[in-house]
Design a protein around this ligand. Structure first.
Ligand SMILES: Nc1ncnc2c1ncn2[C@@H]1O[C@H](COP(=O)(O)OP(=O)(O)O)[C@@H](O)[C@H]1O
Ligand SMILES: Cc1ncc(COP(=O)(O)O)c(N)n1
Ligand SMILES: [Mg+2]
Length: 718
């Protein structure tokens, strides 16, 4: 059976200080620790057995309890009724074969490993002997001084990639390491000092898990009924999970024959088949969160309880479905009693008002009375509750999150949305919650985010035109409206596509008389002077447009880049005047401040008009050809690609050629290309098209600019 190995607490009597091991374990498990490893090198077997019995009572099935090294103590504690799930063995300890034999096939058995030969030994074992490897130390650690030199994250990654078993990282790990270790291939992290010395192990455990979950796509399982109309049940669950960023799976507890007007039949397959579905999943897939919906009867509920106790998923959200919006019963009376056994195994329960009344066995007088009843149920069960006010009369539809254990009591007000499309809102909301919690959101963040998504889906539901009764919500409305569904090209794809789009312009520039004469060194002074004078004019105005890009930039890094480029452009212009547009070179005053030629005016007017539009992505796309084309042309010229003489230091324009083959300029061009193509990749299709148009227009102006010095009017005016 695959287990969720996300977060382990390895106990340490010294580091737990005056709070002691038992209270450290209690707090850490309530914060979400999934595996408690009792480790006390100094304790006798008898002391360890007593400690295991005590911890088993504290943990009460909400996490797995294993013991370090002392296999005998595990067996003895089990004999005294303690719930000991397994052992973690070191390289020199009792054999894992013996442990598997003594503790059975469902025990959780871990083995410390950190060298290649350990992996060879593990490969030689019968499959299923060891469940996971404890791999470390990630950092030098005080809790295991005899440990080999620290592995570091990359050392861990290499080991995990070579390992045939899931690897749990250990050794000096703090909450901030969790995401990076998961990305490095860890199946979980084990903390010792970080949890034992924490003043608040519960919140430290929660922080570990939040970081662990962030950035990964949660694998969310719905155990519920089928609604062929797609608005409720597992069909709604799968859509809701996907719309909120998860990977959805579904085990069917019941089938219904229903549409938007109501339920006309319920078929409940044998509970044994639900168990078979669940076992198939948990032998192969780590489930990050479970959502429980329609469970039909007591036997099904007992089956789910048994599976939860065996697998112990990190997050359980229970939507206590009893009666459909249409008024049809979806859970029989015996089932309502059995449901209470699920409430205490849930992290979050989402009853509407009628369901809350059944769970608390009380008639509810109204909203405030419901909150009081919810507070009591939360305190008694340990679960948080989201009381749903969708069925309240009047024009508001508030929800309230009540978590007695965390002292949370927060109402989420909201106007009722005028729509008949409210079928499956409860199913959809609870699935969204399970997904968001599994992504590392806090309960309050998950409720706020799920509600916002659901309200957007509610508003768009009637547009689907599904059924004549209570229609469904539109689970992907927001995504479709925000253009989220189109496939975004990557920045690399865009770079390749845009460069291809101007290949005609680029080969056109290579063939221009000005360029070919520049390359073979035959270019006369007059057109060259004309070009330099125009370039000086251009650079001064180009600097202003770059400064505007800096002003519009969305983040400091891009703001700094465009500002630096503006400065570089001004310095370039000054350099031109200082070293080229000088009397020594026979260039008299008026040429150095020549009137801008038509090509120069047209190019600058294009840049200014885009800048005036204030659209940052479009503006930087317009600015890009000046970087990109110049660097490309300059480096090819210098390399002799257009004419071998251009490589010669005796070339009459060698120093000019050096300017545009300069590595610093090439690096700046690479930065600009990256910024622009990433912006184009992130934005929607319409703006991306505008960016490309601006880019192509500027490229055409570049070609005109290089054509001007040898054009009819340009040549005789110089
Ligand atoms: N007309 C509505 N306007 C706004 N929110 C609604 C509306 N109907 C339902 N909701 C939201 O959907 C949630 C679940 O709906 P509700 O009908 O209370 O649960 P269930 O579908 O389980 O009976 C409500 O708590 C509320 O957040
Ligand atoms: C299979 C199934 N599961 C749950 C519900 C409750 O949804 P709602 O309360 O919105 O009718 C349903 N109608 N069908
Ligand atoms: Mg419901």
């Amino acid at each position: 059976m695959i287990r969720d190995l996300s977060l382990h607490l390895v106990t340490d009597p010294v580091l737990s200080g005056s709070r002691g091991v038992a209270e450290t374990v209690r707090a850490a498990v309530s914060g979400g620790v999934g595996v408690v490893q009792l480790r006390d090198k100094g304790a006798s077997d008898a002391e360890t057995v007593d400690r295991l019995v005590e911890l088993s009572g504290i943990i009460d099935g909400r996490a797995r309890l294993i013991v370090n090294d002392q296999l005998g103590a595990a067996v003895s504690a089990r004999a005294r009724g303690a719930r000991v799930d397994g052992v973690h063995l070191g390289q020199g300890d009792a054999s894992v074969l013996r442990a598997r034999e003594l503790l059975g096939p469902d025990a959780l058995i871990g083995l410390t490993a950190n060298r290649a030969e350990h992996l060879d030994a593990v490969r030689a074992l019968p499959a299923g002997t060891v469940d996971y490897l404890g791999v470390g130390a990630i950092r030098p650690t005080s809790t295991k001084p005899d440990h080999p030199p620290a592995l570091g994250f990359e050392g861990f990654r290499a080991f995990a990639e070579a390992s045939p078993l899931p690897c749990v990282a250990i050794g000096g790990i703090v909450p901030d390491d969790a995401a990076a270790l998961r990305e490095a291939g860890a199946a979980g992290v084990a903390a010792v000092a970080a949890l034992c010395t924490s003043p608040d192990p519960r919140s430290t455990a929660t922080e570990f898990l939040r970081n662990w979950r962030r950035g990964a796509t949660p694998r969310v399982l719905s155990i519920a009924g089928s609604d062929p109309s797609g608005g409720a049940g597992i069909q709604a669950d799968l859509k809701s999970i996907a719309a909120n960023g998860g990977y959805g799976m579904a085990a069917l507890a019941a089938l219904t024959a229903q549409n938007t007007r109501g339920v006309r039949g319920v078929h409940v397959p044998p509970a044994e088949f639900l168990r078979a579905q669940l076992e198939a999943l948990s032998e192969d897939i780590v489930v990050d969160a479970v959502k429980l919906g329609m469970l039909a009867n007591a036997e099904i509920i007992e089956t789910v309880i048994a599976w939860i106790d065996a697998v112990r998923p990190s997050i359980v959200v229970l939507d206590p479905v009893m009666v459909a919006t249409s008024g049809d019963r979806l859970l029989d009376a015996a089932g309502e009693a059995a449901l209470r056994g699920l409430v205490e195994r849930a992290d979050l329960v989402t009853p509407n008002l009628a369901e809350l009344a059944v769970l608390t066995g009380r008639e509810l007088g109204g909203w405030s009375d419901a909150l009081v009843a919810a507070e009591a149920l939360s305190a008694e069960s340990g679960a948080a509750l989201l009381v749903k006010g969708g069925h309240l009369p009047g024009d508001t539809a508030p929800d309230a999150l009540v978590d007695a254990g965390r002292g949370i009591r927060r109402e989420f007000p909201g106007a009722r949305i005028a729509t008949r499309n409210t079928h499956g809102t409860g199913c959809s909301l609870s699935s969204a919650l399970a997904t968001r919690l599994a992504r590392g959101e806090s309960a309050e963040q998950a409720v706020a985010g799920s509600r916002a998504w659901l309200r957007e889906s509610l508003r768009a539901g009637s547009g689907l035109g599904v059924g004549s009764g209570h229609g469904p919500v539109h689970h992907f409305a927001g995504l479709w409206e925000r253009g989220g569904l189109e496939t975004r090209p990557s920045a690399e794809d865009i770079r390749e596509a845009w460069w291809g789009r101007i290949s005609g312009v680029r080969s056109g520039i290579d063939r221009l008389p000005f360029i070919t004469a520049l390359a073979d060194g035959s270019l006369a002074e007059a057109p060259f002077r004309f070009y330099l004078a125009q370039d000086a004019r251009y650079l001064r105005e180009y600097a202003r447009v770059l400064a505007e890009a800096s002003r519009l930039a969305p983040d400091p890094e891009e703001q700094a880049f465009w500002a630096e480029s503006a400065r570089g452009s001004i310095l370039g212009e000054m350099e031109l005047h200082a070293s080229w547009l000088t009397p020594e070179r026979g260039i008299v005053g008026e040429t150095s401040d020549a009137e801008p030629a038509p090509a120069t005016v047209a190019y600058l007017d294009h840049l200014r008009s885009v800048a005036f539009g204030g659209d940052y992505p479009e503006l930087i796309a317009a600015l890009l050809p000046c970087f990109w084309l110049y660097t490309d042309l300059g480096s090819r010229l210098r390399a002799g690609a257009l004419h071998p003489f251009a490589r010669d230091p005796e070339h009459p324009y060698a120093s000019w050629l050096d300017t545009y083959a300069d590595a610093g300029f090439a690096a700046a061009a690479e930065r600009a290309i990256g910024i622009v193509t990433r912006a184009a990749s992130r934005t929607g299709g319409e703006q991306r098209a505008r960016m490309l148009r601006a880019f192509e227009t500027s490229s055409a102006h570049e070609r005109s600019f290089f054509a001007a010095p040898m054009a009819e009017e340009g040549a005789d005016r110089a």
